[in-house]
Write a protein that binds this ligand. Structure first.
Ligand code: PEP
Ligand code: MG
Length: 627
């Protein structure tokens, strides 16, 4: 019997799951590389031979599975062989090698990404699920071409726990479709974008366990407690029973909460209405959000709709997506945040010189202002969609009045253009700024003269306040949401916005954590936007809260000098008053349940790293420039 072992990581997405470990394949990183024209013939042969030997390897594996009567696995491998031999990957890759002198691996990477992205766009879930198959085949082929060790092809068991080193937002999007019950990684943070995606799907996630992959082996039984950030490998019998009981109790509490709070309007016990919005990363979530009681979308992270795409979306695509969201909302307000790309959110088609600190570099509104061609396309799409329902436009990472005014000017110029073209749009789309930098938080009174509303992005505000990367678990201990510095920044910003009579919401992750509800209400926030799964617990706290209680707690907190003291006060108070809400399982989003019913191969996490080039180029599928 294997020895039980406990690991402590970061509780990034709540929920208790138990399942076999499944080691996630290492990323296949492909650097774009061109070959001299005289080597083209050799490269074509290299590709053909690699396809042949990959096929043979899959055949051997298939036979092995058949002998062990693992018929589903064998069937899956047969499908993969069909894809590999169908000629599509080979023909298109050959074209790129012949026409553009790409190396075999660069050509395959591009072809596979394009095929996957094309299928992913189709609304039929069947085709969307094939994306994983295409990516898996591509990964196997790339490993052969590059002489890398094989990724495990043991058939993935539904309900397994993915164990890996890192998780990018794109990986999280992919893995979430594959039926994993939970994910554990060596790196990453609670407010990383991958964590945000997994929370949207209620998939328990514990990042930040150093050297995890050295200690966990395939098929080890793992318990993951995503709320406490605890992982236990090969639990003994008593531990297993204990966690099974905890898991069942959590699920029971969640059901109770859902039944209790779904139908009433969200007002405090003393009658103050609180607007509850949803943070949305995928269009399918809109329906779930409404079902769970969201009155609006407080944050639509538009970049997530396109992170996986080989090319930036056209105006038409963005217009269609925006109209789809507005239609699903049926007259509720939607707040579209303009593209927040940069940092670790880089679609394969965008090149931004990273520099040593990408989160402090060209990201979000800074990128949009430097690429008005891309910015204008998005604004045109949004303004055109504004004819379909109430909406607001919000800029991410505003750090000065000048930046806000520059962004507004682009909006005005886009409106004039639509006016000239006779295209219908609403003339009353409010413009807002996200408060995510200390400079914005401290100058809200000035920003208020140039915008209609604010939303505080505490995930970024906290990382920038402490100069501590939100994705880096080595500095995660510094990012404390209840540090007096954060509480003071929030108080300053909220007071100034209220004084200027401009609505201010909070849409960072703390808005969806019921332990923080009193802090935010007590500071004067009346609008919260959160992952749909968090709505029931937060609503339940609000319904039972008198504002005066929250205000008293905040007044006391503002007198304290250390994060520890504030945490003790807030957590102690909230745990005593709301034991049920603070202990619930996240409500599972119904819209995604169908993703959890298939057996599939190990996840494919492939990144195309483009060669460093001049600033802010958009690279096409063929490595040429579009922008
Ligand atoms: C935030 O920073 O708090 C926020 C809501 O934006 P994102 O998490 O997408 O950076
Ligand atoms: Mg942010």
């Amino acid at each position: 019997m294997k020895a039980m072992r406990r690991f402590k990581g970061i509780g990034a997405c709540d929920g208790i799951v138990i399942g076999p470990a499944h080691m996630l394949a290492a990323k296949v990183i492909v650097l774009d590389r061109c070959i001299p024209r005289e080597r083209v013939q050799d490269e074509l042969i290299r590709l053909a031979e690699s396809i042949e030997s990959t096929d043979q390897r899959l055949a051997v594996l298939g036979q092995d599975l058949a002998q062990r009567e693992e018929h589903e696995g064998n069937h899956l491998l047969e499908c993969h062989r069909l894809i590999l031999k169908s000629g599509q990957i080979a023909d298109q890759s050959n074209k790129l090698i012949r026409g553009e002198c790409f190396s075999a691996e660069s050509a395959v990477r591009q072809v596979v990404d394009t095929m996957a992205a094309t299928l992913d766009k189709l609304s039929d879930p069947y085709f969307q699920e094939r994306v994983e198959d295409i990516q898996a085949v591509g990964d196997q082929l790339l490993r052969t071409i590059l002489g890398l060790s094989e990724s495990s092809l043991s058939v993935f068991t539904k309900g397994a726990i993915g164990v890996g080193s890192t998780l990018s937002p794109i990986d999280a999007l992919r893995l979430s479709r594959m039926g994993f019950a939970g994910i554990v990684t060596e790196r990453g943070g609670k407010t990383s974008h991958a964590a945000i995606i997994l929370r949207g799907l209620a998939l328990p996630y514990v990042p930040g366990i150093r050297d995890l992959c050295d200690h966990v082996h395939p098929e080890d039984t793992l318990i993951v407690d995503g709320g406490r950030g605890e992982v236990i490998a090969n639990p003994d019998h008593e531990t297993l029973i204990l966690f099974q009981k905890r898991r069942d109790a959590k699920i029971g509490r969640t059901r109770k909460l859902l039944r209790a709070s779904q139908t009433q309007p969200t007002v405090t016990a003393d009658g103050v209405g609180i607007e509850i919005g949803a943070n949305i990363e995928r269009l399918a979530e809109v329906r779930t959000a409404v079902d769970l009681g969201a009155k609006s979308i407080g944050l639509l992270r538009t970049e997530f709709l396109y992170l996986n795409c080989p090319q930036l979306p056209t105006e038409e695509e963005q217009y269609r997506d925006a109209v789809a969201a507005l239609t699903a909302l049926g007259g509720r307000m939607a707040t579209f945040r303009t593209l927040d790309i940069g940092g670790e959110k880089l679609p394969p088609c965008v090149r931004i010189p990273g520099g040593p600190n990408p989160s402090l570099g060209v990201r979000a509104i800074r990128f949009s202002l430097r690429r008005p061609d891309i910015f204008r396309v998005q604004l045109r799409a949004l303004y055109r969609a504004s004819a379909a329902g109430p909406m607001r436009i919000m800029f991410p990472l505003i750090s000065s009045v000048a930046e806000l005014c520059a962004a507004r000017q682009v909006c005005e110029s886009v409106q004039e253009e639509l006016e000239r073209e006779g295209v219908p749009y609403s003339r009353h789309v409010p413009i807002g700024a996200m408060i995510e930098t200390p400079s914005a938080a401290l100058t809200i009174d000035h920003l208020a003269k140039s915008c209609d509303f604010f939303s505080i992005g505490t995930n970024d505000l906290i990382q920038y306040a402490f100069a501590a990367d939100r994705d880096n678990h080595d500095v995660a201990h510094l990012c404390r949401a209840l540090h007096p510095a954060v509480v003071r920044l929030l108080k300053h910003a909220i007071d100034a916005a209220n004084f200027a009579n401009k609505p201010i919401a909070v849409c960072g992750d703390i808005a969806g954590d019921s332990a923080f509800t009193w802090v935010l209400l007590g500071l004067g926030v009346r609008e919260l936007s959160m992952s749909p799964c968090d709505i029931p617990a937060v609503r339940s706290v609000i319904l039972a809260t008198r504002l005066s209680e929250a205000e008293e707690m905040v007044a006391e907190a503002l007198e304290l000098e250390s994060a520890r003291e504030v945490e003790d006060l807030v957590m102690g108070t909230m745990r005593r008053r709301f034991p049920l809400e603070l202990a619930v399982e996240r409500a599972e989003p119904k819209a995604h349940r169908h993703h959890f019913h298939r057996q599939i191969h190990p996840p494919i996490v492939a990144t195309v790293r483009r060669e460093a080039g001049s600033a802010l180029e958009t690279v096409s599928q063929h490595g040429g420039r579009r922008g």
